[in-house]
Design a protein around this ligand. Structure first.
Ligand code: S3P
Length: 431
């Protein structure tokens, strides 16, 4: 298994681009597959998770090809998928599994999905419950609410679902099934989660809307649809990948990094609010709209940071960035409190545990809590042997921690970054 050594960095300067957004890349292939006509996708993320999505749809008869600078999906319409001849391999990808559950629930054939050890231990009851309420027949083969999942054909009806969690994967699964249901389907969530499904499905022709209430809760609504129509999608750079280089720019003395073409959808950009609240010198340049998604270049300059409290409706807008935010907090002066983030426990790893273990290995003062962690920042970090636990975001967050630590840091099983950012270590080396 691969390991990477990281040493103390000095002034990182220059311009980089980061790969395409993972959430948007998944959705562009999924929606393109169930739309009529061709969907052309530029800047598609060729990370392992999104390749799992492509393979699943190819197994259901969809032709997906690669041209010089784009992916072409030859969609066959809402009811054009064909029965897969084997279990669909969803790899490490929660997004593939949960969104695909919503699509498979509406098909007139049986199917099954299974993934790797981490994926097969993540909770799927959160999508099975609402989908089965809609009339779907999804079963956990081992009766543990986890994949492998078996999906049998069922007649779907619209429901009004109150999701107990702010999860875009749950919301999207229900909305996608809603395309196949009779009657309106709506999903309430306790705080607005990323809204790429709502934005992109609308551009494919779905009758979908969303509202944000004053108390921070949100509702998305969809009506059954005759057909979706193929689109051209320009995928913006992934803010979740940019986050590592934003942090590197802020933490390594003398740095100034420009990260070009990053998606800045407010449902994803919570990390930038947190950085600013910590005292970061960050600017958006060249703000524009790329195919319905706000996009900008982000300039991050070295800044002394201080601790903050991160909680409430901000959490879903930065949930994947908490490992790197925790690293920044360890380097910041004072206390950072992260709360309302129990969802961290059901990501690719239990990130409350994996972040705490690794920060402690580097000498930081961290107390895990039931829904987050408390970090007493400002102690100098020491290089350490870091366990990635095969979690891409842990590997990348601690590679950046290694740049700000004294001595050598070794990231074990570093190849797991392939899930979302295969070029991560190359870009880091170039800088
Ligand atoms: C994602 C939603 C989030 C996020 C995941 C991608 C998506 O998960 O953590 O990496 O593309 O919808 P939850 O919906 O479970 O919060």
């Amino acid at each position: 298994m691969s390991a990477k050594s990281i040493y103390t960095g000095n002034n990182l300067k220059g311009e980089i681009t980061v790969p395409g957004d993972k959430s948007i890349s998944h959705r562009s292939v999924m929606f393109g597959s169930i739309a009529l006509g061709t969907t052309r996708i530029t800047n598609f993320l060729k990370g392992a998770d999104c390749l799992s999505t492509i393979k699943c749809f190819q197994r259901m008869g969809i032709e997906i090809t690669e041209e010089k600078d784009c992916i072409l999906v030859y969609g066959k319409g809402l009811r054009g998928l064909s029965a897969p001849s084997c279990t669909l391999d969803v790899g490490n990808s929660g997004t593939t599994t949960r969104l695909l559950s919503g699509i498979l629930a509406g098909q007139n054939f049986s199917s099954a999905m299974s993934g790797d050890e981490s994926l097969n231990s993540r909770p799927m009851g959160r999508v099975m419950t609402p989908l089965n309420k809609m009339g779907a027949r999804i079963q956990s083969i081992n009766n543990n609410n986890c994949a492998p999942l078996k999906v049998e054909p069922g007649d779907l009806h619209g429901i009004h679902y109150q999701s107990p969690v702010a999860s875009a994967q749950v919301k999207s699964a229900v909305l996608l099934a809603g395309l196949y249901a009779n009657g309106e389907t709506s999903v309430d969530e306790p705080a607005l989660s990323r809204n790429h499904t709502e934005l992109m499905l609308r551009s494919f022709g779905a009758d979908i809307s969303s509202t944000l209430q004053e108390n921070g809760t949100a509702t998305a609504r969809v009506h059954p649809c005759k057909e979706l129509y193929g689109q051209t999608i320009q995928v913006p750079g992934d803010i979740s990948s940019a986050a590592y280089f934003i942090a590197a720019g802020l933490l390594v003395p003398g740095s100034e990094l420009l990260i070009k073409n990053v998606g800045t959808n407010p449902t994803r950009a919570g990390i930038l609010n947190v950085c600013r609240a910590m005292g970061a010198d960050i600017a958006y340049l060249n703000e524009r709209n790329a195919g319905g998604e706000p996009t900008a270049d982000i300039l991050a300059r070295y800044s002394p940071l201080h601790g903050v409290t991160i909680e409430g409706s901000l959490i879903p807008t930065l949930i994947d960035e908490i490992p790197i935010i925790a690293v920044m907090a360890a380097c910041a002066a004072g206390t950072t409190i992260i709360k309302d983030a129990a969802e961290l426990k059901v990501k690719e790893t239990n990130r409350i545990y994996t972040v705490t273990e690794n920060l402690r290995a580097m000498g930081a003062d961290v107390t895990p809590t039931d829904d987050g962690m408390i970090i007493e920042g400002g102690k100098p970090l020491k290089g350490a042997r870091i366990k990635s636990y095969l979690d891409h975001r842990i590997a990348m967050a601690f590679a950046i921690a290694g740049l700000t630590s004294e001595g050598e840091t070794i990231i074990e099983n570093s190849q797991c970054v392939d899930v979302s950012y295969p070029e991560f270590f190359n870009t880091l080396e170039q800088l």
